[in-house]
Design a protein around this ligand. Structure first.
Ligand code: DGT
Ligand code: CA
Ligand code: CA
Ligand code: ZN
Length: 572
């Protein structure tokens, strides 16, 4: 139980106290307790172990508050708060958390308009019903509506590929703030989850109040939703929600571990600590009041008898067991990748020329780039021949740096046959097959369709296997284990696609793919030179699937890749 969680309970208790019209002095005392708890850098549990007197000796904590803290530590709740919630709907707490809505307003909203949660508040603001309340100016209504809308929109998740660039930009801005020693993007973004709810930053600073204030003043910040002594929650102009937490440098590792999550991973770690007579929280690993480790993540894991666990694995899906037994995978990394195996040029629906694509691939340090223009978009044989010659000339002129593969992406028709003539399938150096129509077939049909495509002798790999498009189309249903096994038996590859709105196959299916032992190829599906940077997303997804470099085709140098392709063609 973190200090912050107890602080939150006290803040809510203060709001509830005011809401029911109890003494304002009590509410003020609860808020002071919350602030103290938030800025305290030792876990309140450790203090509590020294007895009630140690708690009551804290500034602003009298006997009444000390008892409430003890009750919370024992039962997970403050009885007084629970008692008040018998008569006040819990949703009123989120209404009072909206900046600008105090207990008085919340009470009026509740009594006059039946506002009992954020949704009913939004309705009352949108319908203009609030105009009937005293002291409710149109300006106030507009401001609140904006905040509530932002909160509402932020319930939507953002694809990692859109969130990461913004997250990094903001990270830079945070790092250059006065009083900020270091800053780090944590949460689901650090775990490379395919989509993120909000961005979470940890900041090391000895002047938390000043750092938090400087943060909320950043130009990218549109609205401040909450601000405390060591934390802030804001909305960016882009609509993204951001949480910021400040910790002293000596607690950096413990803070990072906590804020990176996932929750499930943290819960397992805390259990493990308890089994060893220790306590883990966002301040460190503790034996009683003694802090054993806190400054780095490595130290915190080590204090629990574990090696450092890479963030993409922190989902409580076997990583603790693997860490314990020394079986953590050596995950594939961006630097292992020597080329991109899916990209499109202006010869099909890409925006850029072969030359521009080659330059961009060169800038990424690639040895090769597969130009997988859509097969059915070539008007005739002559058009395909023209592209082949253009690729050859470019390879000659650039000395094959990077080497462009004369490749295609071919549509898999509803019956599993391929939408390309045989001569083209034979001429292409690398053939990706993918579903682009008739999505959502029943699973048995989709399974048979994909297996038939994989069995075609010309096909090297299956592109974006499930066909999902973020926010548009769910993953296709099929017997994936069977399809991946089929690819393994045939010695063919399945793509992990890093295009921001694809990210396909999503976790946990990426793990099923990796465990099948089939070859994997990473592709960005770039339709412009700037899209090639999405390789980090494909790598992140591969890491979430526990992929090591060995079975990933594009960790091979060019000659090994060409050898793989030639061999496959000789033994179709
Ligand atoms: P998201 O934002 O929905 O994509 O997912 P996360 O994992 O970024 O979750 P978020 O933003 O709610 O919280 C960030 C991290 O902070 C989370 O991974 C673990 C930690 N955390 C936040 N609240 C709690 C909590 O109540 N319990 C625990 N154990 N950890 C928490
Ligand atoms: Ca988050
Ligand atoms: Ca968060
Ligand atoms: Zn495609």
């Amino acid at each position: 139980m973190s200090n912050e969680a107890i602080a939150q309970q006290f803040l809510e208790l203060a709001d509830l106290t005011e809401f029911v019209g109890d003494s304002p002095f009590k509410a003020r005392a609860y808020r002071q307790a919350a602030q103290l708890l938030e800025s305290l850098q030792t876990p309140i549990e450790s203090l509590a172990e020294r007895g009630r007197e140690a708690l009551a000796a804290l500034p602003g904590v009298g006997d009444a508050i000390a008892d409430k803290i003890l009750a919370y530590l024992q039962t997970g709740a403050i009885p007084k708060r629970e008692q008040l919630l018998q008569t006040v709907p819990a949703g009123v707490l989120e209404v009072m958390a909206v900046p600008g809505i105090g207990a008085k307003t919340a009470r009026l909203l509740y009594e006059q308009l039946g506002v009992h949660d954020l949704a009913s508040l939004r309705d009352a603001l949108m319908s203009g019903a609030v105009d009937r309340l005293p002291h409710f100016s149109p300006r106030k209504r507009e401001r609140l509506l904006r905040l509530v809308e932002l909160k509402h929109k932020s319930q939507r998740r953002t694809p990692l590929g859109l969130a990461l660039p913004r997250g990094r930009e903001l990270l830079q801005a945070i790092q250059s703030l006065d009083g900020v020693q270091q800053a780090m993007l944590c949460g689901s973004a650090r775990r490379m989850q395919e989509d993120v709810g909000d961005l979470d930053y940890l900041v090391a600073s000895d002047t938390p109040q000043a750092a938090t204030q400087a943060f909320v003043n950043l130009p990218a910040v549109a609205e401040v939703y909450a601000q405390g002594a060591t934390r802030a929650q804001v909305f960016l102009k882009s609509g993204l929600q951001v949480d910021l937490k400040v910790a002293p440098s000596e607690r950096w590792g413990a803070g990072m571990l906590y804020l990176t999550g996932s929750r499930a991973h943290s819960i397992r770690l805390r259990q493990r600590a308890l089994e060893r007579g220790l306590k883990l929280n966002e301040y460190g690993v503790w034996r009683g009041a003694e802090c054993l480790a806190a400054d780095t993540e490595e130290a915190v894991y080590a204090a629990l008898g574990l090696p450092w666990i890479p963030p993409p694995l922190r989902e409580d899906t076997g990583e603790l067991e693997a860490a314990e037994q020394g079986r953590l995978p050596r995950l594939v990394e961006r630097q292992d990748i020597r080329g991109d195996l899916q990209s499109h040029s202006h010869w099909s629906d890409g925006l850029d020329t072969l030359e521009t694509m080659a330059q961009a691939a060169d800038a990424l340090g690639y040895e090769y780039l597969a130009i997988t223009d859509h097969a059915h978009q070539f008007a005739d044989r002559e058009a395909f021949e023209q592209r082949r010659r253009a690729i050859e000339q470019l390879n000659q002129r650039r000395g094959g740096r990077p080497y462009l593969l004369n490749a295609i992406e071919v549509n898999i028709l509803p019956d599993g046959s391929l939408h390309a003539p045989d001569w083209m399938l034979r001429a292409a150096q690398f053939v990706l097959a993918g579903v682009h129509e008739a999505h959502g077939q029943p699973a048995p049909q989709m399974t048979a369709r994909l297996i038939r495509a994989l069995e075609h002798p010309a096909v090297d790999a299956l592109a974006h296997p499930t066909g999902r498009r973020y926010g548009k189309r769910p993953p296709n249903d099929a017997d994936w284990a069977r399809i991946f096994e089929c690819a393994r038996a045939l010695g063919k590859a399945i793509e992990i696609n890093g295009y921001p709105t694809r990210m396909d196959p999503p976790t946990p299916l990426a793990r099923v793919l990796v465990e099948s032992g089939a070859w994997v190829c990473l592709g960005t599906d770039a339709h412009a030179a700037r899209d090639l940077g999405a390789m980090e997303l494909a790598v992140g997804l591969a890491q979430r699937g526990w992929a090591t470099p060995e079975r990933i085709l594009n960790t091979r140098p060019l000659d090994a890749l060409m050898h793989w392709l030639a061999q496959r063609r000789e033994n179709p």
